[in-house]
Design a protein around this ligand. Structure first.
Ligand code: 6GU
Length: 226
């Protein structure tokens, strides 16, 4: 899977994608990440990438030209491909969308800054899909792009050492994950639930299922609605 991330801050992308599990997925060839600096494609002599909004108001808007040129520099995409534009006004990204996107050969992400993009970018690049990672506003699209890249990558074969841990994680089966414990069996008087030390695999599975259900009911009742 190839990720092409168009941003004004490629170093933010590179720092994250060179570390930990994602860094290993890059080194082992499960994914490749290309961070493209939109500013490099500005035709303006001062490398300007934004301007004040028509109609007035605060903030700056990213101009069409550098974004369109940066996108065109990618050449033909490896299909099936998707082109995502990060914006708090987009469709909400979730586990189901991560699964859907994990089937692609290439994912392009356009990271917005300031007050976002000139809306005509959606006509210039007609396959753009607007995506949001939740109901709050961030200063830029890099964190959303990295969140999406991370959650998609861990679904790919070979990215996480044990795929069984991915399958057991929250949302995979529509429910939140159960609690985890490790050694020592007692720490500062706090004991691990007996059932986990029982060696009774059926009882452990039953306990975990119940814990998942209880946690989902408490923290995310919306996930249990039909
Ligand atoms: Cl995708 N971008 C920004 N700037 N803020 C957000 C977001 C995206 N998703 C939630 N908040």
């Amino acid at each position: 899977m190839k990720f092409s991330i168009l941003t004004l801050f490629p170093e933010l992308i590179e720092t994250y994608t060179n570390a930990s599990i994602i860094g290993r997925a890059v080194k082992s060839g499960v994914i490749s990440v290309e961070a493209v600096n939109i500013r490099d494609f500005s035709a303006d002599s001062h490398h300007k990438v934004d301007d004040s909004p028509f109609g007035g108001g605060s903030g700056m808007v990213m101009t069409c030209q550098p974004v369109e040129s940066a996108f065109e520099s990618l050449g033909a995409l490896k299909e099936p491909a998707r082109v995502l534009l990060t914006t708090p006004t987009g469709r909400r990204f979730d586990h189901a969308m991560a699964v859907e996107l994990s089937q692609c050969q290439q994912i392009v992400m356009l990271c917005g800054h300031y007050e976002g993009f000139d809306d005509r970018i959606k006509t210039l690049i007609p396959r753009i899909e607007e995506v949001s990672i939740g109901d709050y506003v961030l200063t830029g699209g890099e964190l959303p792009a990295l969140c999406m890249l991370d959650s998609i990558t861990r679904l790919l074969p070979g990215a996480v050492q044990k795929f069984s841990s991915v399958e057991a994680d929250s949302f995979y089966d529509g429910m939140l994950d159960y609690p985890h414990y490790t050694r020592p069996a007692e720490y500062k008087g706090l004991k691990v639930p007996d059932v986990l030390l029982s060696g009774n695999h059926a009882a452990i599975a039953q306990w975990r299922k119940q814990q998942s259900l209880d946690k989902t009911r408490t923290n995310r009742p919306d996930l249990l609605e039909p």
